[in-house]
Design a protein around this ligand. Structure first.
Ligand code: PA5
Length: 349
């Protein structure tokens, strides 16, 4: 049914696939929104950057950290919980990323950041975060409503990047953003629903996963962020358990767990990109060998694009499409996230 357009649409009434495949436009729009945000704090003298956010909104922080790890002398930290690191102070730039604006952990970080006199920016489509930001004169990068948080990854990530550039914390990204969007448009044309499975990498990968549990491995940095993003997209869209890890770290522990026979219900997807550290790249073949000997199937997935950001975003789009096609193959609607909603409601009390 992956080539049956009517069946795909019927399985995805809220249009998750369209949102996933619309990433190029989001990248351009998000960057503009970030660049154009008004009354941003001064970037002069900033000594560290902290991005706070959970789930689909927190991934923007992971992407920014991976991207700048070897380009920026400032530390970039990602807070995925209700606690802001204690080093944050008046010279720390704290970006609060919450699509809904109502996430308890992100609101807790907002309170700490404003209380500690940090330079604060909110990135949100509304909710309590937008309300508190307006009340306290904290600038906001506006994100459009109407998306699931995970499907707004382009707006959130490039909103953060645009704001960082506008404050002078990172050099201009204009050309890079253009390259990313061009690469994503190309990828979209190769993996859209109208492209038959025989030529469609995303559909073929969904088919390869089938009834097995996906295990995602990527190289430390860009690859590991991509692997984690695939895991969460497979969790939330396809409603399957999935696992992710990074090389070289997994060579120091996880590989031992893949003893003969343990991999029979799993499929390994290695997410590869040009620019991996040579010492890390050479670890893939022997590590995959271990996985195969455990009974796992294996598929290698190569990123598109010449820059780390383009490679990462191409993998983000591909993983999103794979997860929606897998949802279709399994007959589940990719959009609802009942367990997340239930837990949030239970804690509202
Ligand atoms: O995918 C999701 O919906 C979740 O992971 C949310 O992103 C997460 O719960 C945080 O919510 P928000 O993105 O609105 O801050």
């Amino acid at each position: 049914m992956l080539d049956d357009l009517a069946a795909l649409a019927a399985n995805d009434p809220s249009g998750m696939l369209d949102a996933v495949l619309g990433l190029a436009a989001q990248v351009r729009d998000g960057y503009r929104e970030g660049l154009g945000a008004v009354d941003l704090p001064a970037g002069d003298g900033v000594t560290a950057v902290a991005v706070c956010g959970m789930g689909g909104s927190g991934v923007s922080g992971d992407i920014v950290r991976a991207l700048y790890r070897d380009r920026l002398t400032l530390p970039v930290t990602v807070a995925k919980g209700p606690v802001l690191p204690a080093f944050c102070g008046k010279d720390t730039l704290v970006l609060l990323s919450s699509y809904s604006g109502n996430t308890a952990e992100t609101l807790a970080c907002f309170e700490q950041a404003t209380h500690w006199g940090c330079r604060v920016v909110a990135v949100t489509s509304g909710g309590e975060l937008a309300r508190r930001a307006a009340e306290q004169g904290v600038p906001t990068v506006p994100v459009p409503t109407g998306f699931q948080p995970r499907a707004a990854v382009g707006h959130l990530t490039f909103g953060v990047l645009g704001a960082l550039e506008a404050m002078g914390v990172v050099p201009t990204l204009e050309e890079e953003v253009d390259h990313v969007a061009t690469v994503l448009e190309r990828v979209r044309n190769r993996i859209g629903p109208e492209v038959p499975e025989s030529e469609n990498r995303a559909k073929r990968l969904a088919r390869a996963i089938g009834d097995r549990f996906p295990v995602l491995w990527g190289a430390d940095g860009v690859g590991s962020v991509a692997a984690a993003r695939w895991r969460t997209e497979l969790n939330e869209n396809a409603k399957v358990p999935a696992f992710s890890a990074a090389l070289p770290e997994l060579d120091h522990n996880e590989v031992v767990g893949w003893a003969a026979g343990t991999g029979e219900r799993f499929v390994l997807l290695t997410l590869r990109h040009t620019g991996e550290h040579a010492d890390v790249a050479e670890r893939f073949p022997p590590s995959v060998e271990v996985a195969l000997s455990s009974g796992m199937l294996h598929e290698e997935v190569r990123a598109d694009g010449d820059s780390p950001l383009a490679a990462l975003m191409s993998l983000v789009m591909l993983g999103g499409a794979v997860s929606v096609y897998l949802a279709a193959a399994r007959g589940v609607d990719p959009t609802p996230i009942d367990a997340i909603t239930r837990i949030k409601k239970a804690l509202e009390g």
